[in-house]
Design a protein around this ligand. Structure first.
Ligand code: HEC
Length: 215
């Protein structure tokens, strides 16, 4: 056989081998995705402890946990906290009288939502559960404990409580139960304000498909 022909045969064989690997990987992933979609769990409704979901959905849990990475940096800030008031002191004046004039850092990943709101000067340092500058609504976007608590005490009471009053209950950072119904794993809207605001525009976001934006 000529050298050139031999080379072609080798290349074709390598190509066929590669295709085989690819097909195999596709079939495997497909089987996996079926398992994941229908993976049963014994999580309770409104399960807010993210770690409990790991057993059933290890890949999604790992990708959620990657929000703890703070090493990313670009010219548009970073995945770590950057003190914006130090960088742009004019914002202190623009926000005078508003809590953001006390402290404003760029946000870190979901993993840190609770920790960062503890340490923000905006929430102050309440001395007991009935005092402090902020109402419970400051927790609203921070934790899967929020839908759990709203289900327990009602959204009205949640918003009107003091921030410190709910502090012992809101402890898990933004996670699975903020977006998923633990029984069906379907996506779900967990904050009534979004549903209500769109209802006022005559739209029902709960009927929106995943591809369709209800806005
Ligand atoms: C900010 C919202 C959000 C959070 C937080 C979140 N997910 Fe998801 N998740 C999604 C979206 C959006 C999809 C894609 C749904 C789709 O395309 O059908 C998804 C898909 C999934 C799927 C695949 C579902 C299927 O039917 O194939 C699983 C399993 C899953 N997430 C588990 C988790 C787990 C476990 C956590 C917590 C560690 C988590 N998710 C946190 C929004 C979220």
């Amino acid at each position: 056989m000529k050298r050139k022909n031999l080379l072609i045969v080798i290349l074709l064989a390598a190509f066929a081998f590669g295709l085989g690997l690819l097909a195999n990987s596709i079939i495997q992933r497909r089987a996996e995705s079926k398992v994941l979609s229908y993976q049963a769990n014994n999580l309770s409704p409104f399960e807010s402890v993210n770690e409990k979901w790991e057993e059933f959905y290890p890949r999604e849990y790992q990708s959620w946990k990657m929000t703890s990475d703070t090493t990313f940096k670009s010219k548009y800030h970073s995945s770590n906290i950057v003190d914006l008031l130090e960088e742009r002191p004019e914002m202190v004046i623009l926000w005078a009288g508003y809590a953001f004039s006390k402290d404003y850092g760029t946000p870190r990943g979901h993993y840190y939502a609770i920790e960062d709101v503890y340490h923000s000067l905006r929430t102050g340092a309440p001395s007991d559960t009935s005092k402090g500058p902020q109402p419970g609504s400051c927790w609203t976007c921070k934790s899967p404990d929020v839908p759990r608590m709203m289900n327990q005490i009602g959204a009205e009471k949640f918003y009107s409580s003091k921030w410190a009053d709910l502090g012992s209950d809101v402890v898990n950072s933004i996670g699975c139960a903020d977006c998923h119904d633990s029984k069906t794993m379907n996506l779900t809207i967990t904050r009534p304000a979004l549903v209500e605001a769109l209802q006022r525009k005559g739209k029902d976001i709960r009927q929106a498909t995943q591809q369709k934006c209800a806005l």
